[in-house]
Ligand binder design. Structure first.
Ligand SMILES: NC(=O)c1ccc[n+]([C@@H]2O[C@H](COP(=O)([O-])OP(=O)(O)OC[C@H]3O[C@@H](n4cnc5c(N)ncnc54)[C@H](OP(=O)(O)O)[C@@H]3O)[C@@H](O)[C@H]2O)c1
Length: 241
């Protein structure tokens, strides 16, 4: 079917998105920056399930790394902007401009660098898919999280502007907004935190990474060919548009 690049796919949501896209027949580039064992395990699981994948180590926030990393892949048909660094919460008085830049690096700079690297191939092909992994926080405006919330909101700004600009070339751009989806980094979260969160979830249970992966797979699929510039919240109805 073509090549799908999933950034930050050595664990968490990215790993499951990679596996789900591979199940649809995409050759998946399992991007990561540090965890070679994690990315190799994801690629091995995909191969064991009959799919095709290669680990692709490059720092999505570094211009040269992105250029070289994408060049090694050849043409890329789908980009899923999923990678994230740490997301520390802190009161606004403590937030520095560097804290804000740290989030913008992942959610604005990296998607921009990746788009610029894949765009010549997508324009030549007359098709392409960009899926930005946002967050429900940009609808909810979570306190003590202005750096992350504003960067995720900016990411959806990219989705909307790029959807208009690139639509004429057959390239769609959409945002998937996960709710809180427990992954490895949430292993120590106390059960009462989930109980509090679930009070505002109409469907009454936590989501799993596959819920996000299904939405991404749809937006990458031929069935989503007439969908662009959209924001799909996958959070059990916690936010509604
Ligand atoms: N999980 C949730 O509840 C939730 C909710 C809303 C939104 N989201 C969004 O969903 C996305 C995935 O979140 P997650 O919870 O799955 O995160 P995660 O488990 O912390 O995984 C982050 C991934 O990003 C990679 N990464 C870090 N720095 C990188 C860099 N410079 N270049 C390339 N890859 C890099 C990490 O791999 P290495 O360590 O190998 O570099 C890892 O594979 C994020 O955009 C997050 O904001 C998550």
């Amino acid at each position: 079917m073509g090549i799908a690049l999933v950034t930050g796919a050595s664990r968490g949501l990215g790993a499951v998105i990679a596996e789900r896209l591979a199940a649809d027949g995409w050759h998946v580039a399992v991007n990561y920056a540090n965890d070679t064992a994690g990315a190799s395990a994801v690629a091995d699981r995909i191969a064991a399930a009959g799919g095709s994948a290669t680990p692709a180590r490059f720092d999505v926030t570094d211009e040269r790394s992105v250029r070289e990393g994408v060049a090694e892949l050849g043409r890329v048909d789908v980009v899923v902007n999923n990678a994230t660094g740490p997301q520390p919460m802190m009161p606004v008085e403590k937030q520095t401009w560097d804290d804000h830049l740290g989030q913008l690096r992942f959610f604005v700079k990296a998607p921009l660098l990746l788009l610029q690297a894949v765009l010549p191939g997508m324009r030549e092909a007359g098709s392409g898919r960009i899926v930005n992994v946002g967050s429900e926080v940009s609808d909810l405006g979570n306190a003590e999280f202005g750096h992350y919330v504003s960067a995720k909101a900016a990411m959806h700004g990219l989705t909307r502007s790029w959807a208009r600009e690139l639509g004429p070339y057959g390239i769609t751009v959409n945002t998937v907004e996960p709710g809180w989806i427990p992954v490895e980094r949430h292993a120590d979260v106390p059960p009462e935190d989930y109980t509090g969160y679930l009070r505002d979830v109409p469907l009454g249970h936590m989501g799993v990474p596959l819920d996000i992966a299904e939405a991404v797979a749809f937006l990458a699929s031929p069935g989503a060919r007439f969908v662009t510039g959209q924001r799909l919240a996958v959070n059990g109805g916690r936010t509604m548009s």
